[in-house]
Design a protein around this ligand. Structure first.
Ligand SMILES: N[C@@H](CCC(=O)N[C@@H](CS)C(=O)NCC(=O)O)C(=O)O
Length: 221
């Protein structure tokens, strides 16, 4: 039976969509939109109490939290190399990146709120936008540093689910922080976007719903 993914195109649900494609699992996507009230339907609330995507129906369960879903999929599916073994030296790094993707994700979310969702100009705070952009730029440095030794992916052993968590997040972060100062990260992002499963997942969910510009400049403070 196909997994049922409750999703907004271009949101964190892309991580789950992409991972399911990497695993070769069937996925049926139930689409929502960020601003049309569809996340508020009682039926969806029963699947995701904070009314957020992703939520995934699989194996007779309903799961929310993208990182937990990614880890669950890695732990319950076999025949892949998306997660280092529990006694591997790389396991702690894998866990760190899985969760660090949400440190970067939180920064992006704060900037999405300021740049995209606050409906009136007077509600936006150039001070908050400036601080959040700086904090995001600092958080991204850890990724650039990790890639300095020329490795292709976050783990030296190769592609893993940590790249799935991080990859989506970097794509969104690049709307707010110019990646010119992050050459390794730039190449890394291009590398993961070239993956067949990434592209198949993009095609399955359709155009992202968040951004109408490639880059959002900071307003004058
Ligand atoms: N930590 C959660 C965050 C989920 C989340 O905030 N999802 C966003 C889309 S990226 C959402 O559904 N936002 C709707 C809202 O805030 O109303 C996860 O990783 O699944």
């Amino acid at each position: 039976m196909a997994a049922i993914l409750h999703s907004i195109a271009g949101s964190r649900s892309f991580r789950v969509n992409w991972l399911l494609h990497e695993l070769g699992e069937k996925v049926e996507i139930v689409p929502y939109a960020i601003m049309d009230g569809s996340l508020q339907h009682p039926e969806f609330k029963a699947k995701s109490p904070a009314r957020r995507v992703p939520a995934l129906e699989l194996d007779g369960r309903v799961l929310y939290e993208s990182g937990a879903i990614v880890q669950y999929l890695c732990e319950t599916r076999t025949g892949h190399s998306l997660m280092p073994a529990i006694d591997s030296d790389e396991r702690s790094g894998w866990l760190q990146w899985i969760h660090y993707a949400e440190t970067i994700g939180a920064g992006v979310q704060n900037l999405n709120m300021q740049h995209l969702f606050l409906p009136k100009e007077w509600m936006k705070s150039p001070t908050v936008m400036g601080i959040e952009t700086k904090r995001l730029a600092i958080a991204l440095k850890a990724v650039e540093t990790a890639l300095q030794d020329g490795r292709s992916y976050l783990l030296a052993s190769g592609f893993s689910a940590a790249d799935v968590m991080m990859g989506f997040t970097l794509e969104s972060a690049s709307r707010y922080v110019r990646f010119d100062g992050y050459p390794q990260t730039s190449q890394y992002l291009a590398r993961i976007k070239a993956r067949a499963a990434y592209q198949a997942a993009e095609a399955a969910e359709g155009p992202q719903q968040f951004y109408t510009q490639d880059f959002y400049e900071l307003p004058e403070a």
